[in-house]
Design a protein around this ligand. Sequence first.
Ligand SMILES: [Fe+2]
Length: 215
Amino acid sequence: MKTPEEFIKRCAESNWNFDYDQNNIDKSRFNVCANINGTWSKNWVGPKTHAVVSKNKEALNQVTANGQKAEDRFELYRLDEKWGMEYLELLNILPWKIYSAHIHLQLPGNMHPFHMDFPTIPHLTQEEKMKTVRRVWIMLDDWHPGQVIQMGNYLWTKWKRGDVAYFDWQNLPHGTANFGHQPRPIISAVGITTPEFENFIRQDYPSIIKTNDTE
Ligand SMILES: [Fe+2]
């Protein structure tokens, strides 16, 4: 077994302290900042036209170093005006500028090995990528046993449908697994921050956002 070279390199560029034993959760690194209370479909499997296969070599190096297949991480579907508008509308509630959004559907048995990502927005400088790009997750279903997300020292479980989470994706190593019996659908989105968004991601949970939908 080996630690992927690209992972070691990316960790060296991070500003996190890599103290995996600490128990505190730094809200500037991870925060469940809101819950969106509304309805949306369970149409989590997108059409073939929206199925995305990651071609980022450095990211793949990190997940396949110990023999795992990249396709065993999750299914990935791009959200745009042609498919998934109901999910994009959830993201548009947030005070930021969306750059890209996908559904990550992690099926029972899937695992996404511990890794570090990097923004790949071409027109931004390195500094802008680190300081202005933000990643948000919206959980599309309640947590089910056997589903886990690790970010830095924190293992997240027991989320609720509609939970909105921010995490410092540029600096925290992270990975996910589903060793349960239910699929785990989340929206993973990247956007450019605003002053309002910086306040939003530091809110205490639960800040409930009600949509116009009724259950
Ligand atoms: Fe990642």
